[in-house]
Design a protein around this ligand. Structure first.
Ligand code: URP
Ligand code: ZN
Ligand code: ZN
Ligand code: ZN
Length: 470
């Protein structure tokens, strides 16, 4: 058999298997897995490398309107380029419905920003901020049929939060349409109360962001979201979980029969609230929600990645420039933490961090790495088995990792639009040295060898919460 490309001499890892095999690629798909393949236009020698499915990051914010003159640091060109260098071949950014607009209008704007710009494949989740009867009764069901099969709701942020009755209505519409709902769980009223208290005391530095969003506010909202899902009898994903108390709520809901998936992110493994207390205003670089917590929470999150409380490890990439009028240190943000835009960059560092801190340090094995970084995202959000595995017939989305390559993460080696990384100076072992999108090499060492606009938009299938291999 003749192939376009053969990857030879590597070790293949999927979420469930490890095997020595060549990979034959034809017309952008994996066409053969066997030893001794040799007839191809291009032979890639993967001696000493790990052959893994390209990463899928199912929690990414790009070019999302933020109001107040705040601008996100990545557009679709830079965000997807950065993702590619981080070993990813698909990302799922959010299309935000602004109040007073319909979902279709929001999608039209968002597609206009993305189409023709993407370096890797993308598919949008919706964010519902205005769940009117029209949106829930007519738009959402039709959009699910069009492949927009997941949406996020917020329990916090003044301009995004939904009331419990709105969440119930949204869950109900999602259940009937076959959409999966992701929930940002923090108690807005508790956070407002604490912000007000800190403001009255003149406590305005970045560290008071973390003190205004305590674990109890996350735990309470997680419990409430799970209860609302139980009442509607539908599946949900609890996103960006930061601490043990929220994890315990997820496990308790599962014991009651709840269908819930859990997600955590690199910031909850490597950062703590102390990072927000850095000298000058440097703490602003770490302002995100929920805030990073403490060492014990980091240990808890690792346990959750190991034992299956979490199926998903995502970046929650939400980049703002630090020294910028439209970024972290905007005029108001310099004076009061409540105006510092929430979110940190991380789409490029997610996988090297999980590989290094997880696989290289012996906390998880490589198959678990593949599950957490790629396969479970594809299964959860309706892309499997086209994406997320190395199998005959799947898209040839492959990352070749050098497990021994050591890299010191600094902002100048990254490709995002932010002017900093929260992980400056972190040494990692293990790096994606070649990234292949539907059969074409797009990243080769430090060179980008693909083209902007090659990223495809992916329609997704409907899936509830699927049970993952733990
Ligand atoms: O601080 C964060 N996480 N910003 C991004 C938006 C969100 O809540 O996911
Ligand atoms: Zn040929
Ligand atoms: Zn969120
Ligand atoms: Zn997010």
């Amino acid at each position: 058999m003749h192939f376009d490309t053969i990857i030879k001499n590597g070790t293949v890892f999927t979420a469930s298997d490890t095997f020595r095999s060549d990979v034959g690629i034809r017309d952008g798909k994996i066409a053969a897995l066997a030893a001794g393949l040799d007839d191809a236009d291009e032979i890639i020698d993967a001696t000493g490398l790990y052959v893994m499915p390209g990463g899928i990051d199912s929690h990414v914010h790009i070019a999302q309107p933020s109001g107040d003159g705040i601008v996100m640091a990545d557009d679709f060109a830079s965000g997807t380029l950065s993702a590619a260098f981080g070993g990813n071949t698909t990302i799922l950014p959010f299309c935000l419905q602004e109040k007073g607009t319909t979902l279709r209008e929001s999608l039209k704007d968002y597609h206009a920003k993305a189409d023709g710009q993407c370096h890797i494949d993308v598919s949008f989740h919706l964010i519902l901020s205005d769940p009117t009867a029209y949106v829930l009764g007519q738009e959402l069901p039709a959009l699910v049929e069009d492949g927009y099969t997941s949406l996020k709701v917020f329990m916090t942020y003044e301009n995004l939060r939904l009331r419990d009755d709105q969440i119930l209505d949204t869950l109900d519409s999602a259940r009937r349409s076959g959409a999966l709902v992701m929930v940002h769980c923090e108690n807005e009223d508790a956070i407002r109360y604490l912000i007000g208290k800190h403001e009255r005391n003149g406590d305005l530095a970045p560290k008071f962001h973390a003190l205004s969003g305590p674990a109890a506010a996350e735990r309470e909202a997680t419990h409430r979201a799970l209860s609302l899902a139980e009442i509607v009898d539908t599946s949900i994903v609890i996103v960006h979980v930061s601490n043990r108390q929220a994890m315990e709520e997820i496990e308790r809901a599962r014991k009651r029969g709840g269908k819930v998936a859990g997600e955590t992110c690199p910031q909850y493994l490597l950062l703590t609230a102390d990072d927000l207390d850095a000298a000058e205003l440097e703490g602003a670089k770490f302002v995100c929600s929920p805030p990073p917590r403490d060492k014990e929470s980091q240990i808890a999150c690792w346990e959750g990645l190991q034992n299956g409380t979490f199926e998903l490890f995502s970046s929650d990439h939400c980049p703002f420039r630090y020294e910028d009028e439209g970024g972290k240190l905007n005029e108001k943000g310099k004076r009061n933490f409540r105006w510092i835009p929430n979110g940190i960059p991380g789409v490029e560092t997610r996988l090297p961090i999980l590989f290094s801190e997880g696989v290289s340090k012996g906390r998880i094995d490589i198959n678990r790495f593949v599950a957490l970084s790629s396969t479970n995202h594809a299964k959860q959000y309706g892309l499997y088995p086209q994406k997320g595995t190395i199998a005959i017939g799947s898209d040839a989305d492959i990352a070749l990792w050098d497990p021994s390559k050591k890299v010191t993460i600094t902002n100048d080696i990254l490709h995002h639009g932010a002017d900093y990384t929260p992980y400056e100076g972190l040494e990692v072992q293990g790096w994606p040295v070649r990234v292949i999108l539907r059969g074409a090499t797009i990243v080769d060492g430090e060179a980008f060898t693909g083209a902007a606009g090659q990223g495809a938009y992916l329609r997704r299938a409907k899936v509830g919460v699927v049970s993952q291999n733990r």
